[in-house]
Design a protein around this ligand. Structure first.
Ligand code: IMP
Ligand code: MG
Length: 179
């Protein structure tokens, strides 16, 4: 599929992303004011750029951990299974947690991750996603904070890939096939 030629049209500029992260970080600081230590959990790999920019805007005591989940479709059903490929290194029981996702699409990944992490009894757990595609939702879940709500377009950049490429673009762009 990656062999098919395409171009990338910019959808959200690096500047807009930075401005939005400033606003979001102010809201997160208010929400977690007085926290002993916030555990910011990035979902690999797509959130690695977002989490890097987000934590540098947070004026809070922060610890960073990562979780890698992989979702794969089942040809016979519309529902998806999600596997944990890499678990957290640290314990989150009794801790304040913020889960950072790149995109909430069908919502199955975030649903599964929240189920898993909530069972570990954190004191508080909230979610932030850079992008939200509400029209694609299959699971009944919404992130607590959203950077941008976007239409049903396939996007890349700012950590997000198409067949493992384009994660290094500083902006969010949409993939447009040229043939
Ligand atoms: P879902 O919400 O479980 O369907 O899956 C969300 C994950 O699918 C995201 O974390 C991305 O890794 C991937 N994904 C969804 N939409 C896109 C896209 O437009 N471009 C690249 N990856 C995407
Ligand atoms: Mg992802």
């Amino acid at each position: 599929m990656s062999e098919r030629p395409y171009v990338i049209d910019q959808m959200i500029s690096a500047k807009s992303i930075a401005a939005r992260i400033e606003d979001l970080s102010a809201e997160i600081e208010r929400e977690y004011e007085g926290t002993d230590k916030l555990v910011v959990v990035g979902l690999l790999r797509g959130s690695f750029v977002f989490i890097a920019d987000l934590v540098r805007e947070l004026d809070l005591p922060v610890e960073v951990d990562f979780l890698e989940a992989s979702s794969y479709g089942n040809a016979m059903e519309s529902s998806r299974e999600v596997r944990i490929l890499k678990d957290l290194r640290g314990e989150i029981e009794g801790r304040d947690v913020l889960v950072v996702e790149d995109i909430v699409d069908t919502g199955h990944t975030l649903t599964h991750v929240m189920h898993l992490l909530t069972a570990r009894n954190p004191a508080k757990i909230k979610t932030i996603a850079l992008l939200d595609k509400p029209s694609r939702r299959e699971a009944d879940i919404a992130a607590d904070w959203i950077g941008f709500s976007i239409p049903d377009e396939f996007v890349v950049g700012y950590g997000i890939d198409f067949a493992q490429r384009n994660r290094n673009l500083p902006f969010i762009g949409k993939v447009r096939f040229t043939e």
